[in-house]
Design a binder for this molecule. Sequence first.
Ligand SMILES: [Zn+2]
Ligand SMILES: [Zn+2]
Length: 388
Amino acid sequence: MVRQPALPTHATCLLFVGPSRRPCFVVERCRVPFEELGNSEVLIRVRLAGLCHADARRFVHAPGGAADFTDALIPGHEAVGDVVASQRPGVDVGARVVFSAFNWCMECDCCRQGAHVACENATKYGGQPPWALGGTLSSHVLLRGGTAVCAVPPAVPDARALLAACPLAAAIAGVRRLLLLLPGRVEGGTAGQRGDDGGRPAPPPTALVQDCGGGLVGILACAVLAESGFMVFCEGGDVSRLRLAAKFRANPVFKDAGPLTPSATLPDRLDVVVMAFGVDGAGSPRTAGPHARLRAGGCLLLLGQPPPGGGSGTTLEAGAILAKGLSVIGNSEYEPDNLQDAVQFLEATGGKFPYDELLSPVYGMTDFQSALASALDGKFLRVVVRPS
Ligand SMILES: [Zn+2]
Ligand SMILES: [Zn+2]
């Protein structure tokens, strides 16, 4: 039997104490309240944590209001770290890993049927998980038995690996579902295949990502769609964000096109429209309704985390969906296997896409106030924190 190394006795944690308290967080050295790991559990030492906009928003608006806030918690659901103890076969001490933002129960009917997104007992890291060390703004995180864990290849640097477990896995899950609905249009991830008659290559399917300037998931969706064989367009959000999307193989459509902002021309009818939800207010169609853009039989993909209020302002017209036979997919989470897909995508496309332009400089825990300000003002699409 392999001897497990002794667990650390203390961890350094950022404790969020409530949105109405000043200060609303403290950094504390906390006693690790367990002496051994349970079946399939893994303890990691965090190298870097990502501060998602949803996490940052919590510091200013508690879900359900300040009155509902009862217990201090460790926020954060994105991290890359080293395994320091493991009771999971195949996850070895010393491995550099990322892990899913969710712990699934693996026992309910949904989990048994492989539909983990509908797990009745899923818990998100950084919320109020009913276990200690359950958030990533901490020197150590305890991964429960229903959490997907994936080794990070050497070619993927720490900060880039942070993209895998939240926005990239969700974007890949959404695009995978799209591909199931577009048989024959996209095969094997290559565009421009031979037409049915073996002659001219068929044109690639087209996708428009709306509001991709708003959040990270929209920009990453551009990259995933392009790598899956789509001709990708993007609109909405500010000019600099659209230019950033262009580096992820989208063709930006500018509202006020000019000599410095040459705009792509949208095809009359698109195969796919993606509405990317990222930050407050994003996801509201500020341009023509998504249905009008789609060809008959096209697909609308709603992707990402809706802002508080559930994405109000977004209306889907039942008549248009029926008349055109459209498919509508809502995708905010992902299946355990998509974490591995995301890591492989980062490894395979490291030289193609400028992932580092999505990331902030690394903030130390003692400078968390600056990290929070940076996340809230949206200057960087992902803020990076080193918790230890
Ligand atoms: Zn996230
Ligand atoms: Zn379940």
